[in-house]
Design a protein around this ligand. Structure first.
Ligand SMILES: [Zn+2]
Length: 140
């Protein structure tokens, strides 16, 4: 449950930090096909949502939903995928992925084989996303 130096998410943030507190952080994932792909990463080592106290589960999901709402406001995606896999790292985390009908994998998950060779380029201003998050997460 304590930070370990050989854990990649203890040793580094895992991406550009858009928002954080002592409980969790929101990072932007560098994935050219998916601007707006974010992860909400719990600060400590916890494997499953049911290992968290109920109030902590709610707190984590409030952050996940704030990210979803900010991405909807900024990108107007056709769908937002929420996924918690966490098979490779000991930090509970949620992927928040804005999806478009013409993105590389739609309608499959982003981890599946691509459905098309390329997708229309989309841009997201990370500073605008960070500003949205800080506004939405003021009371978390
Ligand atoms: Zn760790």
């Amino acid at each position: 449950m304590t930070a370990t130096p050989d854990c990649e998410l203890c040793a580094s943030t895992g991406g550009a930090v858009l928002w954080h507190d002592d409980f969790c952080r929101v990072i932007a994932v560098d994935e050219p096909d998916y601007p707006g792909f974010c992860r909400v990463v719990l600060a400590r080592h916890v494997r499953e949502m049911t290992d968290l106290a109920p109030a902590e589960r709610e707190r984590l999901m409030r952050v996940v939903f704030a990210v979803e709402a900010a991405l909807r406001a900024l990108l107007a995606p056709d769908k937002v995928n929420l996924a918690s896999l966490g098979n490779a790292v000991p930090h509970l985390h949620w992927h928040v992925i804005p999806r478009f009908r013409d993105d590389r994998h739609f309608p499959s998950p982003v981890w599946a084989a691509p459905a098309r060779a390329r997708a229309p380029a989309r841009r997201l201003d990370r500073a605008a996303l960070a500003a949205h998050l800080s506004g939405r997460l003021r009371q978390v």
